[in-house]
Write a protein that binds this ligand. Structure first.
Ligand SMILES: Cc1cc2nc3c(=O)[nH]c(=O)nc-3n(C[C@H](O)[C@H](O)[C@H](O)COP(=O)(O)O)c2cc1C
Length: 131
């Protein structure tokens, strides 16, 4: 799926990627089943990202429908078309909590369905570039 909410940084003496996935995403099932997740970065010009960010893999083979190709790297699925790929080892998962929002307007604006994101912190173990 397309994901844009997240951050890269340094935590627990590790280089990490922190991503946010809503509970209803099909992608979440795969991330939960695996010890790893991958992040594929693209140029802005990829219009396919809006398709992958509005259609669910539950309903169709959306990757084939945008003519992207999965490339396995050390057993992890990535996209052949990506400019850069991060392989991340999951080290923390947790759900955001309504009670912990200090600015209620942020909760109200982003969670009218109460579908609070799950936060995944992954240690970046490998980075691949497509030159
Ligand atoms: C630009 C863009 C960014 C998105 N970022 C996120 C995100 O960070 N987290 C999330 O849960 N959904 C995000 N989405 C929504 C999912 O990509 C979308 O719901 C997708 O259809 C889920 O696919 P899936 O059900 O196959 O996993 C984003 C969508 C777009 C268009």
């Amino acid at each position: 799926m397309t994901a844009s909410w997240g951050t890269l940084g340094h935590l627990w003496n590790k280089d990490v990627a922190i991503i946010f996935i809503r509970p209803q995403r099909y992608t979440k099932e795969f991330v939960d089943e695996s010890d790893t997740f991958t992040l594929s970065f693209f140029d802005d010009k990829h219009k396919e990202l809006s398709y992958l960010g509005t259609k669910s893999g539950k309903d169709e083979d959306k990757i084939s429908n945008v003519n992207f190709h999965v490339e396995m790297v050390d057993g992890n699925p990535t996209f052949k078309e990506a400019k850069e790929v991060f392989i991340c080892k999951k080290i923390y998962v947790g759900k955001l909590e309504k009670e912990h929002f200090l600015l209620p307007e942020i909760y109200e604006k982003n969670y009218p369905l109460d579908d609070l994101h799950y936060v995944y912190i992954g240690e970046i173990t490998d980075v691949y570039s497509n030159k």
